[in-house]
Design a protein around this ligand. Structure first.
Ligand code: ATP
Ligand code: ZN
Length: 628
């Protein structure tokens, strides 16, 4: 494709955000397709774990900027093109609307929702087309977003972080993942994390309240208490006593299998338990992260499924090692999938709990994957997706709107179709990001705090990090740049301002919220409401007119992130995949435009398989008009 005369490709100035799994493939493909002015932003440095698929990087690059090393690597085989690298966060102030305006197209190879939303907003503000992408294992997708022509990245709901009902975790686990969440978020945090955090560790029981004081004492480790004794006490409490307590609540178990209390003496003979605490062939080499209960018990294979007894020994040994080798960290630890001892502890605790509830046990390897939300990255998927990004970028540069496609890479190709192209949709008129429709906020205007509106609504839901709130021409709140000498006064006032809703805000008030960096502005219509359902509306406020994340349960395993083999935390889950195994409803909207007909046909090609692939949601996708 490279040619010496001018061409939309050669003349294009493109911005790539992310130089990870997708980014490496993308940069190479861009360079080989004739692009000659490429800018790359990535905030990370290279890690050993990137080397298996981020092929522009070598062992010797570990610790260096991804953007820079990727640039240097590609310049080796394309020395005459221009590549500019930025080792920086795309959310930084330098990458403002003016920065974005210099590009003909922006290509995302990111791994988190937050950065994707930010880039989407800047592309809209700068009126630059965006090609967005993501992969998870064998799944992948590429979408095209052109202001006013197609949906923006935020027109459609995104998956919410995977969460589970508290009672499933604390009292009625039915899957291994529930046990993992319990072990990691409740037990591990209770023992090794911040003591002051709220923690629902107790299995719920009718007299949970009366016993709660007692419970806190149990978790407290006094200096002179023998660590083995302490370990057994914790063991007996969480796997024995708490289960016993839960069983006393007959109602819970009417339609469920009753769990079995497990006490350490039943699993470990006294002798073993003693030995367990006294094995001093410790492998501690001073480096906390190399301490391992498996190593000190002589267990090697992370793919073995340990017996209940082995899990119990690992649990007690891991606990002992934390208290003897890593005491200093206790109180500050949070679970990290790369912390061997933490993974051992969590695996063992989850397995013991699973045994109690009749759930199959898992190996450390499997448990680690579940605890760290690990989906193994597939280099080929990244390569396919990168190729598709370049194809869409070329169409965008040629302004070939009719040919734009959103393309989904499937895990189970049907009738030899690995890729499913779909015509993009028109912008969602009620998208608060790309259209001007106001959002509705129901709130108790007498009792609510401005602080909660800022944190729970404007930052968490609307994704604005530096908001400014106006009521007509009155400034109610502003975050961000304040002159130095003003800071003290401002802070003093701020607490007051945030503690309540300012008096002009009542039902019917229209607030304007702006985020200057993103040049995003939206209107929030306030509606007073007296009461909220504590369970269903825990924020005490309800926001409508924005795209509510799809509940995680409905979306299990179907969300697509990006080129990552690891997404440690659930908000890293990237884009919602419109691919869902769903039954085609009998009365699917066969409405009349040729486009729709064509589209339905496209789906029928694959719809006689078990693995029926459908657009997300209740066929909403089909009811919208696609760009023509
Ligand atoms: N806000 C941001 N600004 C700049 N770069 C970002 C931002 N957020 C994410 N990235 C980059 O996007 C890339 C995503 O790549 P990828 O999904 O392969 O993740 P990874 O971190 O390289 O791998 P893994 O998560 O599997 O260890 C990363 O290199 C990351 O640094
Ligand atoms: Zn939109």
């Amino acid at each position: 494709m490279a040619s010496s005369s001018s061409s939309p490709i050669k003349d294009a100035k493109v911005l790539m955000v992310g130089a990870g799994g997708i980014g490496c493939e993308l940069l190479k493909t861009l360079a080989l397709s004739g692009f000659s002015d490429i800018h790359i932003i990535d905030m990370d440095t290279i890690e050993v774990s990137n080397l298996n698929r981020q092929f522009l990087f070598r062992q010797s690059h570990v610790g260096q900027s991804k953007a820079k090393v990727a640039r240097d690597a590609v310049l080796k085989f394309r020395p005459h093109i221009n590549i500019t690298s930025y080792h920086a966060n795309v959310k930084g102030p330098d990458f403002n609307v003016d920065f974005f305006k210099q590009f003909n197209v922006v290509l995302n190879g990111l791994d988190n929702l937050d950065a994707r939303r930010h880039v989407n907003r800047l592309c809209l503000a700068a009126d630059v087309p965006l090609v967005e992408s993501g992969t998870t294992g064998f799944l992948g997708q590429v979408t095209v977003h052109v202001k006013g022509r197609t949906e923006c990245y935020e027109c459609q709901p995104k998956p919410a972080p995977k969460t589970y009902p508290v009672c499933t975790i604390t009292s009625t686990p039915s899957k291994f993942v529930h046990c993992i969440v319990w072990a990691k978020d409740l037990l591990f945090s209770k023992l090794f994390g911040d003591k002051n955090q709220d923690n629902d560790l107790n299995v719920r029981s009718s007299d949970a309240a009366s016993s709660s004081k007692n419970v806190d004492d149990i978790f407290e480790h006094s200096k002179d208490e023998d660590i083995t004794q302490y370990g057994r006490k914790i063991f007996d409490h969480v796997f024995g006593y708490n289960i016993e307590l839960a069983l006393s609540n007959e109602e819970t178990w009417k339609n469920r299998n009753r769990p079995k209390p497990i006490y350490s003496k039943d699993v470990l003979s006294d002798e073993l338990a003693k030995q367990n605490g006294n094995l001093d062939n410790d492998n501690a080499s001073g480096d906390g992260l190399s301490v391992s209960a498996m190593a000190s018990l002589g267990m090697k294979n992370p793919q073995d499924i340990w017996s209940l007894k082995e899990n119990s020994r690992i649990l007690l040994e891991a606990l002992r090692l934390f208290f003897t080798k890593r005491e200093k960290e206790i109180g500050n630890l949070s679970f990290d999938k790369d912390d061997q001892l933490a993974v051992e502890f969590v695996t063992a605790a989850a397995n013991i709990r699973a045994a109690s509830f009749g759930i199959p046990l898992h190996s450390l390897f499997e448990a680690k994957g579940i605890a760290g939300n690990i989906v193994h990255a597939v280099a080929t998927t990244n390569a396919v997706i990168a190729g598709l990004i370049v194809i869409e970028a070329i169409k965008v540069l040629k302004n070939d709107i009719k040919s734009y496609r959103m393309t989904y890479c499937l895990e189970h190709p049907s009738r030899n179709m690995l890729l499913m192209p779909v015509e993009p949709f028109e912008p969602n008129k009620s998208c608060y990001v790309c259209s001007e429709s106001p959002i509705l906020l129901e709130i108790n205007t007498n009792r609510s705090k401005l602080k909660d509106v800022v944190e729970k609504i404007i930052k968490a839901k609307l994704g604005m990090s530096l908001p400014l709130i106006m009521n007509a021409s009155n400034l109610l709140y502003e975050a961000g740049d304040i002159e130095d000498d003003m800071v003290a006064i401002y802070n003093a006032n701020l607490e007051k301002v945030l503690a309540e809703l300012p008096s002009p805000v009542t039902g019917g008030t229209m607030l304007t919220v702006e985020d200057f960096q993103q040049e995003l502005k939206c209107n929030i219509n306030i509606k007073h409401r007296e009461e909220f359902d504590e369970e269903k509306e825990p924020d005490g406020m309800v926001l409508s007119g924005w795209t509510q994340p799809v509940s995680a349960a409905e979306n299990e395993d179907k969300s697509v992130s990006n080129g990552a083999n690891t997404s440690d935390n659930n908000d890293e889950i990237g884009i919602v995949s419109p691919l869902k195994k769903r039954k085609l409803p009998d009365d699917s909207d066969k409405s009349n435009t040729t486009d729709d007909a064509r589209h339905n046909k496209q789906l029928q090609v694959i719809d006689d398989e078990d693995d029926l692939v459908m657009l997300d949601g209740d066929l909403d996708g089909f009811k919208k008009r696609r760009v023509s």
